[in-house]
Design a protein around this ligand. Sequence first.
Ligand code: SAM
Length: 276
Amino acid sequence: MLPSHLNGHSALGRRRPRLSAAAGESPAAAGVEAAAPLEEHDRIYFQAYSHLGIHETMIKDRVRTDAYHAAIMRHQKFIEGKVVLDVGCGTGILSVFCARAGAKRVYAVEACEIVVQAREIVKANNLTDQIVVIHGRVEDVDLEEKVDVIISEWMGYMLLYESMLPSVLFARDKWLKPGGLILPSHATLFMAPVTNRERYEDSVDFWRDVYGINMSALVPLAKKFTSEEPSIETIGGENVISWPSVCARYSSSASIAIILQLRNSNLSLQNTKFHQ
Ligand SMILES: C[S@@+](CC[C@H](N)C(=O)[O-])C[C@H]1O[C@@H](n2cnc3c(N)ncnc32)[C@H](O)[C@@H]1O
């Protein structure tokens, strides 16, 4: 579960972290056949995705869903008549988009219980000839053939927070034909400093006077807590105090190690306007 302070700031706060798959571990390095066993935090993670609410939030996110639809249509020529693997199909929405774009077959793989409804959705849309829904982790399932295209919505907060990318890379190394297409194929993570006076006052200054009691002794702890823990919030543009800098890039043709190298890179922040 997300710590409670990560919940409730926005509906998107419902995306769950899964920390089992170490973000730096390339499946190629780990050996394609050697999938990590399902652990308790995986079970909690997949259980979270069994709730309808998270799928509703994702699908209603038009920027996200339209972007996937547009990408599929842009690559229609590559998808038509081809075999697609949808890693973590959820309700099956991306599989349906691919089938409608003319895919010969779509393997829709999903580890959580929403797969039951995904199967019904495929049936209700008369796509059972094209879409094969498979319940299981992509690391554990067996497909009848290699695929031409892998599609997946794996991006969590801070791009990697959900730790799903290693599963996609595992699927790539095991199931994608040479020269195959991955959607999305690239991702860039930007970082920018922000200020949020209201939030600071609420979390830090709050301790200066609590019911008339001076509790300032807690201010250093509160400062540590607010700066150490990630927080998912919607803030206004006026709170962004510098231009964003690229801090990580992902390319589907490279190992994830590329992203982690950038951890040590220096961010140069331009035109930073600090509040007095
Ligand atoms: C962000 S959701 C995307 C759902 C759907 N593709 C969509 O776009 O609405 C990610 C989904 O991937 C599933 N998932 C994550 N890791 C997986 C894995 N290793 N094998 C199979 N499914 C996985 C989760 O259970 C979840 O339903």
